[in-house]
Ligand binder design. Sequence first.
Ligand code: ZN
Length: 150
Amino acid sequence: MDTNNRVSTVDCPGCGRANRVRTAASGAPHCGACGKPLPWLVDADESSFHAAVEQSSVPVLVDFWAPWCGPCRIVEPVVEELSRERAGHLKVVKVNSDVAPELAQRFNVRGIPTLILFAKGQAVDRVTGAPSPATLRGWVERHLATRQPT
Ligand SMILES: [Zn+2]
């Protein structure tokens, strides 16, 4: 098994049970107790990005951020909410651009926050800067509406 495929713990929004969730997996994680889809919000870096994002069968919202970035803190709660509301249909992957500058360069990230939406391993759209929560939410939901897995 890939040593970069870290395990984190998330509480099931349905029954409250703590579940272990991997950075990368096929399909989306579901609660071991009640079967509900679990919010999937993980961190990735250079070594885990390919498996976490480009090999995901679920659409991925990648959040390029940095600890010193004020506007990133405006975006953060919105993407966390989306990961809960869209559990099973959206994965959120946070990339600290300070620790993964090569990824930021590869995806031409010129300012943060930059949010890039991936579908089937391809970057399909992006937003740079901090849009209002409603704008950000609308942008993600528009994409998800056209990209539901069958
Ligand atoms: Zn559950």
